[in-house]
Design a binder for this molecule. Sequence first.
Ligand SMILES: Nc1ncnc2c1ncn2[C@@H]1O[C@H](COP(=O)(O)OP(=O)(O)OP(=O)(O)O)[C@@H](O)[C@H]1O
Ligand SMILES: [Mg+2]
Length: 364
Amino acid sequence: MIQWKEILAHVINPSTGKTLLEENRWTKAEEIEGVLHIQYRRDGINPLQKRDIEKSILNALDGKYNLENVRVYTISDRSADVYSNLKKVAEPEAANLKVGHAPVGNKRAVPGIKKIIAVGSGKGGVGKSTFSVNLAISLMQQGKKVGLIDADIYGPSVPKLLGAVGQKPYSNDEKKIIPLQAHGLSFMSFGLFIDEQSPVIWRGPMLGGVLNQFLFDVDWSGVDYLIIDLPPGTGDVQLSMVQNTHVDAAIVICTPQDLALLDAVKGLEMFRKLGVPVAGMVENMSTFICDGCGKEHELFGHGGVKKTCEKLDVPYLGSIPLEMDLRVSSDSGTPFMTTFGSVNRPSVKAYEKSAHNLIETLGL
Ligand SMILES: Nc1ncnc2c1ncn2[C@@H]1O[C@H](COP(=O)(O)OP(=O)(O)OP(=O)(O)O)[C@@H](O)[C@H]1O
Ligand SMILES: [Mg+2]
């Protein structure tokens, strides 16, 4: 038996005293190209216990395995009970949002955060949320602590992309909202506060107020990079964001169609006008690699984003093909980069390049 399997077999769930193996919690343990990916089912385990379990895992592996090459993931079938034990430990309060106008504020730093990165696009449906989530995982895989804000009130999708639909955030003693955790990321989303089925009728001017709360009323301590997945376009949320805090970099996502590109240029110009440095543009859904014939098809034309970047003097961060695995991973709540991060694929390279480029330019 491989040594790490034996080690993991002895890791204990502190709330029951039984091993995770006895509780049948291990769902994955595999070594891919020198990186150990392990995953356990965390139903009924609260965030404090989760921290203890993960400490035990790392302590057990320490000295026998290079901890830089260990990735610990969790999944949860009954996510609602993740917080149920916490009541006994800390009596948390369910977090609430105040709905109201954003105060036009002075720019403030977000406590706990070192750098803020906004992900935007000129039009909807081009893959911002998918990109934001996978960029976050890629930054994490490059050793950074990452938080993610889903600032899209009309179509919050981050809880689904991270497999956390139905989870509810709580607040701590200082009345700060505790961000939820999934796949090693801390995140916050409108989707955690609204019922997926209910129509969202809050109007534009109120949105900035909620984003403000996500920035300033959430306990982001311990997070280096905060990624903001913006709603599409050039509206109130974008404006309120830059009025209230300093954004260090923006990434603009677009698809290769001409029309989308024109929109993308508008998105890019908006960031420039607002004084947010543009870290680059990404071409998403650029080609389609047929899993039947293996050929690469340029369904919408290809290379337009690179040319636009050259024309506008903006870094080109790479192109992400249309990939079945990307769509399927998003739908299943396990981000693509957690599963395929160590595989040699153009999409993986584009995520890694974007993460690497940000780390280089932001110098953190
Ligand atoms: N490269 C890709 N290959 C395959 N599917 C993709 C790719 N990028 C995004 N998708 C899929 O396209 C759909 C839209 O993506 P996503 O939700 O990330 O877009 P968005 O720009 O955030 O949309 P919105 O403007 O509604 O917020 C999703 O179903 C997603 O899984
Ligand atoms: Mg989105």
